[in-house]
Design a protein around this ligand. Structure first.
Ligand SMILES: Nc1ncnc2c1ncn2[C@@H]1O[C@H](COP(=O)(O)OP(=O)(O)OP(=O)(O)O)[C@@H](O)[C@H]1O
Ligand SMILES: [Mg+2]
Length: 261
């Protein structure tokens, strides 16, 4: 029961291109508890997105191991990989890039249902309406084109699409970074509510500690491809142990509750 849902250890990845080699990850290890949120924070270029993509098997690591709910994720292929992949979904920063903008909302949501053979054609409209309701959208939005709806609505559709395969884990890479503050707050509330109701775990990737600490149970701080610090969110925020952690905490705007003088 207390075994983590996902444990990645010793993950290394070097990108080689045109005479230049970039060590994006150097023996990075993280673990994600069931139904909880791991915040992955760090400066630009520290390797957060590379690690996120490796968890999704969108990028293959050079070394390391990933245990996902008792299976060796990196050893899977074919049908076994497809089955396990349904259980890990991803939401990106820019939903316009993730969707065909001319597709309708219904079309974008039908894709994962179809790809994973989840429902027959006749049941799909009801499943799509239910998905939209789960993310707080009017089912009437189903017939609208992706490019016609607002950025916040698009990100809700992206979350709905991730939910379609009933995942245990959603990896969110800067998923609220492009949204304005009030929309961002509503999306964070939605994520928290979905987690509470459905027990979904998140890896929440962001360069912004202020956002991460609002949603994450624990935090891993990355710098230059390594995890330099990790722990429960209150501990890391109150007493960061690494130079990178201290710099991130110092950059969080303080909440001004009242003037001291
Ligand atoms: N496909 C790729 N080919 C070559 N280099 C890459 C590739 N993907 C990432 N990198 C390099 O790996 C390093 C880590 O990049 P990554 O995108 O994982 O960082 P990040 O922490 O997500 O940064 P950001 O906060 O800017 O999104 C960077 O130096 C980046 O340039
Ligand atoms: Mg990134």
């Amino acid at each position: 029961m207390n075994a983590p849902l996902l444990a990645a250890s010793g993950i290394s990845k070097t990108f080689a291109g045109k005479g230049r080699r970039v060590a994006a990850l150097d023996k990075a290890s993280i673990s994600v508890a069931r139904g909880q949120t791991l915040g992955l924070v760090g400066p630009s270029g520290s390797g957060k997105s590379t690690l996120a993509r490796i968890l999704m098997r969108l990028v293959e690591p050079d070394a390391g191991r990933i245990d996902f709910d008792g299976t060796d994720l990196l050893a899977l292929s074919g049908e076994a990989l497809r089955t396990t992949r349904k259980r890990i979904q991803m939401v990106f920063q820019d939903p316009l890039a993730a969707f065909n903008p001319r597709a309708t909302v219904a079309g974008a949501l039908a894709d994962p249902l179809r790809v994973h053979g989840l429902l027959g054609r006749r049941q799909r409209p009801a499943a799509i309406a239910a998905l939209l309701e789960r993310v707080g959208l009017d089912p009437g939005l189903a017939s609208r084109a992706i490019h016609e709806i607002s950025g916040g609505q698009r990100q809700r559709v992206a979350i709905a699409r991730a939910l379609a395969t009933r995942p245990d884990l959603i990896v969110l890479d800067e998923a609220v970074s492009a949204l304005d503050v009030s929309v961002r707050g509503r999306i964070l509330e939605l994520l928290v509510e979905l987690q509470r109701k459905e027990g979904i775990a998140y890896v929440f990737v962001s360069h912004d500690l202020a956002v991460v600490r609002a949603i994450a149970h624990s935090i891993a701080i990355m710098d230059a491809g390594t995890i330099v610090e990790r722990g429960p969110t209150p501990d890391v925020v109150a007493n960061p142990q690494s130079a990178t952690g201290r710099a991130l905490v110092a950059a969080v705007p303080r909440l001004v509750v009242g003037k001291s003088d």
